[in-house]
Design a protein around this ligand. Sequence first.
Ligand code: PHE
Length: 346
Amino acid sequence: MTLQTELEELRQHARASLLKATDERVLNELRVSVVGKKGALTAILKNMKELTVDEKKEIGQLANQFRDEFARKVEEKKAALEAAAMNAALASETLDVTLPGTARKIGTRHVLTQTQEELEDIFIGMGYTVVEGNEVETDYYNFERVNLPKNHPARDMQDSFYITDELLLRTHTSGMQARTMETHDFTKGDLRMISPGAVYRRDTDDATHSHQFHQLEGMVIGAHVSMADLKGTLEVVIQKMFGADRKIRLRPSYFPFTEPSVEVDVSCFKCGGAGCNVCKQTGWIEILGAGMTHPNVIDASGVDSRRYQGFAFGIGLERIAMLKYGITDIRGFYQGDVRFLEQFGK
Ligand code: PHE
């Protein structure tokens, strides 16, 4: 067999093998076996020694031609294999972004939290500091320091859950009046604080009562704080919460820690004062308790009541939220029913 024929056979074999090569590894093995150092082409060319100069020239040309052609075909095949692999990957990894996803339910802030934060924003805007208190309080701060000594009859209105004789779940946030007053440095200016949080009473739960509810205590004490300031402050707050054309009215009331004490009403935001079911035909809705801080409370905190006086108020957060959103059953706040809660999503 002549070298020409051998070369031609190698060419045929290479072409057929190229067609069959299915991946890059096989292709590379083929390349090495054909044109590698120990490959078929080298083997054929080893026999050139016996040829004449002219024959050598001819075979050399054919061999070079074949080498170039083969190299080109290998590159082409390699490119084709890569493209095929890419297409296969694209086909198998397709992501259908039009498929409906799994909807994630995102909660909302609780309506009471929203109410509390709304009030906090209003008071912070008027220079008040927000103070946090503890729900477990001593009898001393909850009662005695706010002018409710042991055996005071007004304690009956706030029967509570006692942990020991001296420790209870606080019945109101008013203990914070005493706690903040006794630490305030009056040489640095007036005390202006609010203190929101949960309070507890031994109540039977119904549509308007709960053994746990929330208050926001407020207090301002300074050298020149008057009842006019109390009225003006509450008017601003109530108008911000319930609308600019709301009016307020103060009615005499009784709290041991304020003197005089008042019950504050807001003009009905449903009927505007004409009388309706919301205001029980009176045109007014009772909204909070307040008063001028009793001198006994100021003195008990180590502050001189002849120099400093002021006011305090207690706002029921549930009551505000119920009025504002037309909620008729207080139990809705605590049951965690999403259908109730999501109505107040912001
Ligand atoms: N602590 C009173 C209550 O719970 C509310 C109140 C606070 C009244 C401050 C006057 C001043 O009923």
